[in-house]
Write a protein that binds this ligand. Structure first.
Ligand code: SAM
Length: 275
């Protein structure tokens, strides 16, 4: 069993992992993630409280969100690999997410980056396989970039990660990445400031984060377009409907939540393509 420390940013990796497990149980026709179930069963973590919260209608919507965003980001990775089959597939703030393996075409290279204590747990539960590396870095320490072999292209993705970053830090990160990884793309999930505030009330508080105003949020993709001349394009799609539209598959309440998230919280998947 592997212990996860409470009240840390690292603990936040439990939410999407557990969400994917719950989603598999409740919506097996939409998502099936036996790996998330296996990993949860190997963690020394008290899931009882989170379990209770996630069984509510709102909690189940959260589970749908995390499963859906993994689907969306995996879609983007697979799409990039069609034109760059040997590319680097880089999971920024990977937690215990195994998207690389879900997208592996047999020739690409996978890199999973997270804080050292997370990587220690990951090395036990999801040890790197062929063409895969688990890298222990703070993403704000740009030395991680030197570890990536981008000679055949690079697709970066971050799932549930930049909510913990200051806007300035994300901007600097993308500017540096655009210079270093020409022709690459970075894809991530985002919401607007209203969404960020809602999040602090729930899980960011548990991670000891309270000053949400400085944190990264996006109302409109044009905010990111203005960041750098090294961006070729910035695209945005609805998180819940933009890749696989599950609107007609869910309950009336969840339909309302989808509309709310699209219109008022601006839950989007954003893709930045570097020149
Ligand atoms: C909500 S979890 C998401 C985990 C994973 N992407 C998923 O979807 O299951 C956020 C992750 O980002 C990592 N993280 C946050 N800030 C980071 C930083 N500055 N450098 C590296 N990892 C970071 C945390 O350790 C945590 O594993």
């Amino acid at each position: 069993m592997y212990h996860i420390e409470k009240n840390t940013v690292q603990e936040t990796l439990i939410i999407p992992l557990f969400g994917r497990k719950v989603c598999s149980e409740h919506f097996p026709h939409l998502f099936k993630d036996p790996e998330a179930e296996r990993i949860c069963s190997m963690l020394d973590y008290d899931f009882a409280e989170k379990g209770k919260k996630m069984e509510s209608a709102v909690g189940l919507f959260g589970a749908l969100e995390v499963a859906q965003r993994q689907y969306d980001l995996a879609w983007e990775v697979k799409d990039y690999l069609k034109s760059h089959p040997n590319a680097a597939v880089v999971n920024l703030g990977c937690g215990l997410d195994d998207t690389f393996r879900k997208c592996d075409n047999g020739t690409c290279k996978g890199y999973n980056i997270d804080m050292p204590d997370v990587i220690t747990v990951r090395n036990e539960l999801l040890p790197a396989v062929d063409r895969e590396k688990n890298l222990a870095y703070d993403l704000n320490d740009e030395r991680w970039m030197d570890e990536i072999d981008s000679s055949h292209g690079a697709v970066f993705f971050a799932s549930g990660v930049f909510y913990y970053f200051k806007t300035e830090a994300v901007r600097e990160l993308f500017q540096k990445m655009a210079k270093k990884f020409s022709g690459g793309v970075v894809v991530f999930d985002s919401c607007n400031q209203r969404g960020a505030k809602m999040m602090t009330k729930t899980w960011l508080k548990e991670a000891g984060i309270s000053d949400v105003n400085a944190l990264f949020s996006v109302e409109d993709k044009s905010e990111i377009e203005a960041w750098s001349n090294d961006f070729a394009a910035v695209n945005a799609r609805s998180y819940m409907r933009g890749y696989r539209d599950i609107y007609n598959e869910v309950s009336f309440f969840h339909k309302l939540m989808i509309k709310f998230c699209d219109r008022l919280v601006k839950m989007q998947i954003i893709k930045v393509t570097f020149k």
